[in-house]
Design a protein around this ligand. Structure first.
Ligand code: AMP
Length: 280
């Protein structure tokens, strides 16, 4: 497995692999890898990639000034071992300084899908995400890139970026990997205390109940359900950031919840921001 820290090294290698006719997959991550990340690597393998590049970069420009950039969990050694064991063929481990010139001044700003949900709560977040993903596309030269449904709005925005800017990269989206308890895996789960964990289960519980009810009743009037869910999450000890039901493609809010719509939740559990979602 190759390990690159310099953007130019990765780019040169990727160009060589392309010339040799190899199919390159990119798996962008912020590291502290868990089974969710590894399922993206497995999907890349399943889809026939010859080279699987995992990027591990806690991207400073997608964090707000009051967010957890400095304390975001990092474990380079464990991440490398997991990449090796799961079949990655290259890891890209850049530093912020070699990703961003001191006078870096070009950003990608998606103007529609990013106005709601996490985009509304985390100003500049998706601008940082789109910018770094575009850079990673230019460096790793992937034929396809793999993202998780866990960050539902993120994959929608990346797909829009690829369409609108004609990136020649196919986007593959992989289902959410959960702990046996139902909690969606996340690097940030490491922040949760023993008292926080049972509270956090209210997220997946609420989504499971909704899925069951949509299956049974075909249509649900969203407003009363939303009120009920907000109350349930609060009673479980969570601080609600948002509870929204949207169209899966446009991310516009729906009034009647039907199959194929997506329900997205964001809460604070202790000091930790958790997100979860489910396609009905
Ligand atoms: P992160 O390191 O949290 O930025 O995530 C990197 C990629 O892994 C993103 O495409 C995420 O959506 C995906 N991912 C994170 N957690 C999960 C999970 N529990 N299941 C599936 N994909 C995930």
């Amino acid at each position: 497995m190759k390990v690159f820290t310099e953007p130019a090294q990765l780019q040169k290698w990727a160009e060589g692999r392309r010339k040799a006719g190899k199919k390159i997959a990119l798996v962008p991550t912020m590291g502290y890898l868990h089974e969710g990340h590894l399922s993206l690597i497995a999907a890349a393998k399943r889809k026939g990639a010859d080279e699987i590049v995992v990027s591990i970069f806690v991207n400073p420009i997608q964090f707000g000034p009051k967010e957890d950039y400095a304390r975001y969990p990092r474990d380079e050694k464990a991440d490398l071992a997991k990449c090796r064991a799961s079949g990655a063929t290259a890891v890209f481990f850049p530093t912020p300084d070699n990703m961003y010139a001191k006078n870096h001044s070009v950003f990608i700003d998606e103007k529609q899908l990013g106005r709601t949900l996490c985009g509304a709560r985390r100003p500049g977040h998706f601008r940082g995400v789109c910018t770094v993903v575009a850079k990673l596309f230019n460096l790793a030269k992937p034929h396809f890139a793999v993202f998780g449904q866990k960050d539902f709005q993120q994959q929608a925005i990346i797909r829009r970026m690829v369409r609108d800017l004609n990136f020649d990269v196919k986007i593959v989206v992989v289902p959410i990997v959960r702990e046996p308890s139902g909690l969606a895996m996340s690097s940030r789960n490491t922040y949760l205390s023993a008292e926080d964990r049972p509270k956090a289960l209210a997220l997946s519980r609420a989504l499971d109940e909704l899925k069951r009810d949509v299956r049974r009743e075909e249509e649900l009037d969203w407003a009363p359900r939303r009120t009920q869910i907000v109350r349930g999450l609060r009673e479980s000890g969570l601080n609600v950031d948002y509870v929204e039901a949207v169209d899966a493609e446009t991310l516009s809010p729906v009034e009647t919840l039907v199959r194929g719509n997506v329900v997205l939740l964001a809460v604070y559990c202790g000091g930790t921001r958790l997100i979860d979602n489910a396609v009905m």
